[in-house]
Design a protein. Structure first.
Length: 213
């Protein structure tokens, strides 16, 4: 089992998770996770992030099995998305790092049929669609777990809620526990924070999954 000692406040500070450019604070819950705002930078209270990350690790160790399938959903504009893609593929998991298309989860059966048809076409439009869905080409059934990386799209959250899929949400914006099983507050858009998260997931995954080169 992954030792929780791996996650400590020093590592959190080094990963730059604690700071984020100031945005409108529109919920009391969001405000509660902050130490304050200094020079237009939001400073997260890492005591919360620290505790929630450790709880997440316990959950992953207990919940995941060798047959578990995980879908990572992130933003294409994040420069660190390529790091996650490489990591996710190495464990034969799934990802979407493109603008969300409604119904990918709640209408997966028809999405699969659509993907099969577009593969047979040889056009620029079909190539773009295949590129968008490249990370879920082999996802023939709903994932056992969803990981949101800096995503707060209401459509995605509603699909997750409707299907009741466990969800871990890493975000600088507050995401209600009505939508996520675990909400981890902080800024996870930087290269340092992405490498830190990949390291945590790798320590969890290597005990459960076979790694593919």
């Amino acid at each position: 089992m992954l030792k929780q000692q791996f996650i400590n406040l020093f590592k959190l500070l080094k990963s730059d998770i604690f700071k984020n450019s100031a945005e409108k604070i529109n919920t009391t819950q969001h405000y509660n996770y902050l130490l304050g705002v200094r020079q237009e930078i939001q400073i997260f209270n890492l005591n919360y992030t620290f505790v929630f990350l450790r709880q997440m690790v316990v959950f992953l160790n207990n919940y995941l099995t060798p047959t578990s399938r995980i879908l990572f959903i992130g933003n294409s504009e994040d420069t660190s998305s390529y790091i996650f893609k490489k990591f996710i593929c190495s464990y034969n998991q799934f990802y979407i790092f493109s603008p969300w298309v409604g119904g990918v989860l709640t209408n997966l059966k028809n999405v699969r049929k659509f993907l099969i048809k577009t593969k047979e076409l040889d056009s620029e439009h079909s190539k773009k669609l295949n590129l968008f869905f490249e990370g879920i080409q082999k996802m023939t059934f709903l994932p056992n777990l969803i990981v949101l990386l800096n995503v707060s799209n209401s459509e995605i959250l509603n699909e997750i809620r409707i299907l009741g899929i466990p969800c871990i949400a890493f975000s600088h914006q507050h995401i209600s526990l009505n939508y996520s099983t675990y909400y981890i507050p902080g800024n996870f858009t930087s290269l340092k924070s992405s490498l830190f998260l990949c390291e945590i997931f790798q320590l969890c995954f290597q005990l459960k999954f076979k790694k593919f080169n």
